[in-house]
Write a new protein. Structure first.
Length: 363
């Protein structure tokens, strides 16, 4: 069991080593609960998993790997905190060994941290890809966001490597404390935060315009807007983390670790939330196709945008049959579009059909 941390060490002075480890695994476990809940909802509602689900699973696995590394790094975080505050009791050799180990863990943890965030972004993008089926303008916009997100992710790795001059000294403790290294570190944090936030905004903004082109109730629009905008939570934590890291005069390795845990956990949880909307949807006397494509993608959003807003009207057909002196009249009323065609998805599956039948028999 670790000894209580002495005062005057930032967060390390208020929270012992095992406290940080507990937070790491409680947060990871909480994210895991949301992943399981998402899976249950998807299996129950659509009976199969898709690309966006597997990307969330990948994000969670990376989160678990990061939790393991963070647990292993924690003693070295506290050693660094003691050293920065003049409270270290380690010899010079022990300090260098601990510092080098800290740097190796930190490089990997930062990289996996960004990987978690970008896998969650990829999950949202995979979800929206199907939503934009048949909408060429939106598909082109989608590809532009994908390219931007990918290049931004690569850029995060590049700036992380170049915070030390020369870069080969990155894993040598105490070799990256020159003025240019300090400035580059701040630039790296600001860059990664800006592209993180900007990518989230772009992903959230893509489907919002769809809401203004469909004829659904205001409450339904609000619900969909909430689903599309839940990335705001990630943005809030990303900005808070950046401010804490870039604009504090004293480095706090424990606080840095804590913010990384919080943001990556929140990111995975937010990525799990879209399917939860189905739990709060009002059930009406409507038959739903259980395929993923019809339920989530060939929705009224996409259908109305392809054909313009669809004002519904009725079409009545009447059939008269004579059998053995009996006259039977069948009247059928279908809900159709203004063009006179049945309101059905272009795929030929699903759709909404409301049919009223009246049977009248006379002798």
């Amino acid at each position: 069991m670790s000894a209580p941390a002495p005062p005057g060490m930032g967060l390390a002075g208020k929270m012992p080593e095992h406290g940080l480890v507990i937070i790491v695994w409680v947060a990871t476990g909480l994210a895991g609960c949301f992943v399981v809940a998402r899976t249950v909802i998807r299996i129950k509602k659509i009976e199969k998993l898709h690309v966006d689900d597997y990307l969330i699973y990948a994000a969670f696995l990376v989160l678990v790997a990061n939790a393991v590394l963070q647990t292993l790094q924690t003693p070295h975080c506290y050693n660094l905190a003691r050293l920065v505050n003049g409270l270290s009791t380690l010899t010079q050799e022990e300090t260098m060994a601990s510092g080098n180990t800290y740097m190796r863990y930190e490089f990997t943890i930062i990289g996996l941290f960004w990987t978690v965030l970008w896998l969650v972004k990829a999950s949202f993008l995979a979800f929206f890809y199907k939503l934009f089926d048949g909408l060429q303008g939106y598909r082109r916009l989608w590809w532009a966001v994908v390219v931007f997100a990918f290049l931004s992710y690569v850029g995060c790795w590049i700036v992380s490597i170049n915070v030390c001059h020369p870069a080969k000294n990155y894993f040598i403790f105490g070799s990256c404390n020159k003025d240019i290294d300090m400035k580059t570190s701040i630039i790296a944090v600001l860059y990664s935060t800006v592209v993180d936030v900007l990518t989230d905004i772009m992903i959230m903004a893509m489907p919002l315009r769809l809401l203004w082109k469909v004829r659904i109730s205001g409450s339904e629009k609000m619900g969909l807007a909430a689903v599309f905008s839940i990335g705001v939570l990630i943005i809030v934590f990303a900005i808070a983390r950046a401010v804490q890291i870039a604009f504090t005069t004293t480095s706090d390795s424990v606080l840095l670790a804590l913010w990384g845990i919080i943001e990556s956990t929140v990111s995975v949880i937010v990525g799990c939330l879209p399917p939860f909307k189905s739990l709060f949807s009002r059930r009406q006397n409507t038959s739903y196709n259980t395929s993923y494509e019809d339920r989530y993608n060939k929705s009224a959003l996409t259908n109305e945008l392809r054909n313009g807003s669809i004002p519904l009207q009725s079409r009545t057909t009447q059939t008269t049959r004579i059998h053995r002196g009996h006259v039977t009249t069948e009247s059928t009323e279908d809900i159709v579009g203004s063009s006179g065609e049945d309101v059905r998805w272009k795929s030929g599956r699903g759709g909404i059909s409301v049919r009223q039948e009246v049977h009248q028999t006379s002798t």
